[in-house]
Every structure is written in structure tokens, then in C-alpha cells.
Design a protein around this ligand. Structure first.
Ligand code: NIG
Ligand code: FE
Length: 411
């Protein structure tokens, strides 16, 4: 079955040659074809080009006035949770900090209690609703973390829910084990015992059931030290898990150096960065991931993306969708906020939210650009004047249709 999209005002992020990421100045190159066609064969992109060369096909969709771009690749989410943390939101408005709330037993431990007390079915149902919502907002590949379980059983429950989402939704989902998200109350005075639990009990079970591809830790003052994080990375690597690490959200503790040394696929957050941290990332395989809607929601600094790109680094953009610091999985908002608050150009932001996001999930062979052979996961916009209009109209929904594996998604 072939499906031809014709009269596309502009086909965005067209890559004839397979690439895995763009860095530094390359980030300001966003190849497009104006007045284009796109041919889908079954679930894959099979051809594209200028309208004058359009072939025949079984089915034709006219896109006059509309643009097509690859689906957003959201490489950092925590969408498996139950309930919400609205009260903490109000507490922050009334003057409490994220840290003060966490020290009162709120924060991650608040969500962990709810996940521990919920059935796998309820957890699945709530998470599936969030996944449907982000698909409708244009996300076509996503990474999902555990980390609100914090017991052997509850971490496994979260990871099984992620597995079930993979089974039931036809979108690439990557699963990350984040047992090292916070220390449970009972390990407050014996942190090493919780790290031992992660390494000796959680990891072997996860590996046995093949429940995760990546391993993560919250490497931060008051959470997991650089040394703790390295132990967890090395233990995860023994089971073939690739590190993707939360680091430099509130403080810089030389975690980036350790993550790069251990060939982490990504380092995420990076709201506070020293020159040394930036230097460490140069010429490495580690993708820096910025999460601007987290900065927006809890009023912390934005990742210095402008400086990092000027220094030649790549940047990926992701949502961090979670109940505490970012209760939103809207990649359109992330792209707009990166432009508005981080001074990324629309070209850079679109690259960061597509091909570089795909890299940060090890999915660049499958998604992230309009390239022959890649999955036909893409967004058809409403009629818009240019792609700059997408971040410019930051509050509007400009998505007309979403396609996954060549099939139109019904919302
Ligand atoms: O990525 N920083 C660590 N983890 C999450 C927040 C977790 C929470 O508050 O529930 C984040 O922002
Ligand atoms: Fe996160």
C-alpha cells in the first residue's frame, strides 16, 4: 500500500543521507523542500521530492498550505505515575522551594507512596492516557523512566507497565530503570543499603525480565553522589544497560565528567553548567539534553543552550513529563520555550526535538528525520506561514494530523 502526500507547502527536516545527530553550527541547518511530495509505503518513508517529480500511489492526500515534519522525539519522560502534586504547586507559589517540599516528605517520595499503593492496572490506565495525550501533541517516539517505585516490587511494577505500553502502542518506546531517583525514608540513615538493593536485587530482576534498555540516577547534592551514580552505572552496564543520567539540575558536582567517562548516551537537565562541564562534553558521544518546561514550571535557570551550541555541542530537547517538576508532555511548548527563553533559533530547536532527541534514545536509525527507510511517523500542520510560526504561536495547537507507521492517528 502506497500513500502519497502532495502539495506540501514545506517538507521539514529532510535528510537524504543518514545522520545520527547535529552539533554546534550544524544545528542551524534545517534542510527542507518547498512544494514537496512525500511517499509512504506501508509503515515506512519510501520517497520524497519536489512536486513536479511526484509519482503515482494507491492513496493521495492533498496538503495544500500545510507542512510536514517528523514527529517529536521525547527522550526524557516519567509518564508512569498516579495522581498529581497540585498541592506542592500551590505550596511553591506560597514560597516553599522544591528542596523544602522534598525535605518534608513531598516530592519524589510523595509520588512513590502513591505508586506503591496503586494496582498495576490503575498505573497502566493513567499512564496510557498520558501517552495518548502526547501522541496527539505530535510525539512519535518516547523514553519512559521508572523511579517512583523505590522498592523492588514497585520498580518492577512500573517497568512492567512500560512494557505493556510498548506492547499496546505502536510507537517506539525506550525503557529506563531509575531506581536511584531518591532515597526512601527507611534508608535515610543507611544510603549504602539502598544502593545495594538497587545493585543486588533490582538490577538482576530487571535484566532477567528484560525490562529496561537504559539506567538512570538522580546525580545531585542530597540525592545520589557522583560516586553512588558511578557504582549504579557500572552495575547497570554489566547487564547491558546504557547510562542516561539526571545531572546538574541544581548543583554542579563533577557528575558530567564521570558520565562522559562512562560513555553515557545522554546527560539530562544541565540547568547549571560550568565551563569545565561544557569542555568535558566536547568531542564526546554523550548528548546534552535540556528540559526547558521543567525550568519554566519550577522557576529554575534554563540550560545555557546558546553558549553550549556556540561552543560546538549538540543539544536535544525533551519534556521531562512528571508530576513534580513538569506536569506537561507537550513538545510544541518545549520547542517554543527553547526559542523564547534559551535563545535557540527555530531551526536549532526543531533539530534538537527531532534528530538529536532520536539520538538520545538510540533511535536515530528509525525516527527523527524525513529519510527513506525510516518509520513514517510525522506531523501534518494546519495551514501556517512558515515553520517559525510553530514556536512563535506558542499557545496554539498547530497540529492538523499525526501519522504513526504510515497510519493516521484518531484522537
Ligand atoms: O527530572 N530531578 C529529578 N527527577 C524529576 C523530578 C521528580 C519529581 O519531582 O517527581 C525531574 O525533574
Ligand atoms: Fe527527569
Amino acid at each position: 500500500m502506497t500513500h502519497l502526500f502532495i502539495n506540501i507547502k514545506e517538507l521539514i527536516q529532510v535528510r537524504e543521507q543518514h545522520i545520527t545527530k547535529v552539533s554546534g553550527q550544524e544545528m542551524s541547518v534545517l534542510p527542507t523542500i518547498k512544494n514537496a511530495y512525500l511517499l509512504i509505503e506501508n509503515d515506512k518513508i519510501s520517497d520524497f521530492g519536489e512536486m513536479k517529480n511526484a509519482p503515482n500511489a494507491d492513496k493521495i492526500t492533498d496538503c495544500t498550505g500545510k507542512m510536514i515534519l517528523p514527529s517529536w522525539c521525547d527522550s526524557h519522560t516519567h509518564i508512569v505515575y498516579v495522581g498529581n502534586r497540585e498541592q506542592e504547586f500551590v505550596d511553591r507559589i506560597n514560597g516553599l522551594s522544591y528542596e523544602e517540599i522534598a525535605n518534608r516528605g513531598g516530592g519524589i517520595l510523595n509520588s512513590a507512596k502513591r505508586v506503591q499503593n496503586s494496582s498495576e492496572e490503575d498505573l497502566y490506565n493513567e499512564s496510557a492516557e498520558r501517552l495518548k495525550e502526547i501522541i496527539s501533541q505530535g510525539t512519535g517516539a518516547v523514553e519512559i523512566k521508572s523511579g517512583y517505585g523505590l522498592t523492588v516490587d514497585a520498580e518492577l511494577k512500573m517497568l512492567r507497565v512500560i512494557k505493556k505500553l510498548k506492547d499496546n502502542f505502536n510507537i517506539p518506546i525506550k525503557s529506563t530503570f531509575l531506581g536511584a531517583h531518591a532515597f526512601p525514608e527507611k534508608y535515610k540513615d543507611n544510603k549504602q543499603a539502598y544502593i545495594d538493593l538497587i545493585i543486588n536485587e533490582m538490577l538482576p530482576k530487571i535484566a532477567e525480565e528484560n525490562l529496561a534498555e537504559f539506567v538512570d540516577a538522580f546525580c545531585e547534592t542530597g540525592y545520589f553522589s557522583v560516586e553512588d551514580t558511578e557504582k549504579i552505572i557500572l552495575a547497570g552496564k554489566k547487564y547491558g544497560l546504557i547510562p542516561k543520567i539526571h545531572v546538574n539540575q541544581f548543583t554542579t558536582i563533577q557528575g558530567i565528567e564521570m558520565c562522559v567517562k562512562n560513555e553515557s548516551l545522554s546527560v539530562d537537565h544541565l540547568e547549571v553548567m560550568t565551563d569545565e562541564d561544557i569542555k568535558m562534553l566536547k568531542n564526546s558521544k554523550t548528548m546534552p539534553v535540556a528540559l526547558p518546561s521543567c525550568s519554566y514550571f519550577i522557576s529554575i535557570p534554563y540550560t545555557p543552550a546558546r553558549k553550549m551550541i556556540n561552543e560546538g555541542l549538540p543539544i536535544a530537547l525533551a519534556t521531562d513529563f512528571n508530576p513534580g517538576t513538569t506536569p506537561s508532555g507537550n513538545m510544541n511548548f518545549v520547542v517554543a520555550t527553547a526559542c523564547i527563553k534559551m535563545k535557540m533559533t527555530p531551526k536549532e530547536a526543531i533539530n534538537a526535538a527531532t534528530i538529536n532527541g532520536a539520538y538520545a534514545m538510540n533511535l536515530a536509525d528509525e525516527v527523527g528525520s524525513i529519510t527513506k527507510g525510516k518509520r513514517a511517523n510525522f506531523i501534518v500542520t494546519k495551514e501556517i506561514s512558515s515553520y517559525n510560526f510553530i514556536p512563535y504561536s506558542f499557545g496554539s495547537n498547530l497540529i492538523d494530523e499525526v501519522y504513526l507507521n504510515g497510519e493516521k492517528v484518531d484522537f
